[in-house]
Design a binder for this molecule. Structure first.
Ligand SMILES: [Ca+2]
Length: 352
């Protein structure tokens, strides 16, 4: 999914005072903490807030009619795995041969639709297929959680309440607009939806109607899925005259401080580090950087930055501007490297 932005995770906000304002007033001299409402009470409050956000009674009724509390979502949210891999162990797992074969097969199967959408948005189709494959195994694993219930559960959990409430209002708006019914709006435990795993706010910002039937159906409509992925990349600055970047080889004694530093933190800081360190390809060439087979870098007049997804002893990449669009989708070197490598495996050898 276009992942949860770190900045928004830090913005914690509690609306529990809404429920307990009476007890606060009644106990102004007490140091006793206000009680957390039950989930049922919390959902009632969400419904009232949804109404204030101009969601219709009908949609509110449908969306919350079979509301669930997903203990598993809280568990998943609290147990996100620590990274104990390197790119060399991660990539073979993310890109097994069968997935590469499947990507090439589906690329061929949908070639005319992909070409049309690729041309319309200015995005090479191999990147659309790569993102589709890595997000949901080409639409096969889209998650099995009711999105309204998952978002309500995570908002109730309270650690990122403001963020998940914002996603919930966006989800209700999507239902209100008629793109999907409340019961069919399913996704991951975190609320990432459909075959391209858009969070609801990303849906509102980037989803498009690819087949012109009036609905943006990223759950079951292939044209809508492809067009929405392409539109996302386009909106985030994609240039189809360029590729994503490439793995490179560095000479002995190379000054590794020329690379983007590790752990810059937020996307904003990462972009600032990019701006400071980008150089024309010919300068990287002059510094001794080569393709992994030892040959010269391409002779094109574009800027690139040097990236170490692990550390300077691990793989090195020169990233082109499209890398930034992919990092907007998911601020993860591992994810972006997988997308890039899969897109290359779709391109080479050429599909006949
Ligand atoms: Ca459609």
């Amino acid at each position: 999914m276009p992942k949860i932005k770190k900045a928004s995770l830090l913005v914690l906000f509690s609306s529990f005072v809404v429920f307990s304002s009476h007890s606060v007033l009644a106990n102004t001299t007490s140091t006793q903490k206000t009680d957390k409402p039950s989930y049922e009470q919390y959902v009632e409050q969400l419904k009232l807030e949804a109404k204030q956000k101009n969601i219709s009674d009908k949609v509110i009724e449908q969306a919350f009619a079979h509301i669930k509390y997903y203990k598993r979502a809280i568990k998943a949210d609290r147990n996100q795995p620590e990274k104990v891999e390197t790119l060399d162990t991660y990539l073979p797992k993310r890109l097994p041969k069968w997935k590469i074969d499947k990507a090439r097969e589906l690329y061929k199967k949908h070639q005319s639709l992909l070409s049309k959408i690729g041309e319309q948005y200015g995005v090479q189709p191999r990147f659309i297929v790569a993102l589709w494959g890595l997000e949901t195994n080409f639409g096969r694993y889209t998650g099995n959680y009711n999105v309204v219930s998952a978002l309500s559960t995570l908002a109730y959990d309270g650690r990122r309440e403001a963020f998940f409430k914002k996603q919930l209002w966006a989800a209700l708006k999507i239902i209100e607009e008629g793109h999907i019914s409340a019961d069919k709006m399913i996704g991951s435990w975190a609320g990432a939806m459909g075959q391209n795993q858009f969070m609801p706010t990303s849906f509102l910002a980037y989803a498009v109607d690819g087949d012109g039937d009036g609905k943006k159906d990223i759950w079951t409509n292939t044209a809508d899925v492809f067009a929405s992925v392409a539109n996302y990349l386009k909106q985030e600055g994609w240039n189809d005259e360029l590729t994503w970047g490439r793995q490179v080889k560095l000479p002995e004694g190379f000054d590794t401080s020329l690379a983007i530093p590790k752990r810059t933190g937020s996307r904003k800081k990462w972009l600032a580090a990019w701006k400071e360190r980008e150089k024309p390809l010919k300068e990287w060439q002059a510094l001794g950087v080569r393709r992994t087979d030892g040959t010269n870098l391409p002779q094109v007049d574009i800027n690139a930055v040097l990236i170490f997804p692990d550390d300077e002893k691990g793989r090195a990449y020169l990233a082109y501007s499209n890398y930034k669009s992919l990092m907007h989708w998911n601020l993860s070197y591992y994810f972006v490297s997988s997308v890039g490598h899969l897109s290359d495996r779709i391109k080479f050898p050429p599909i006949k």
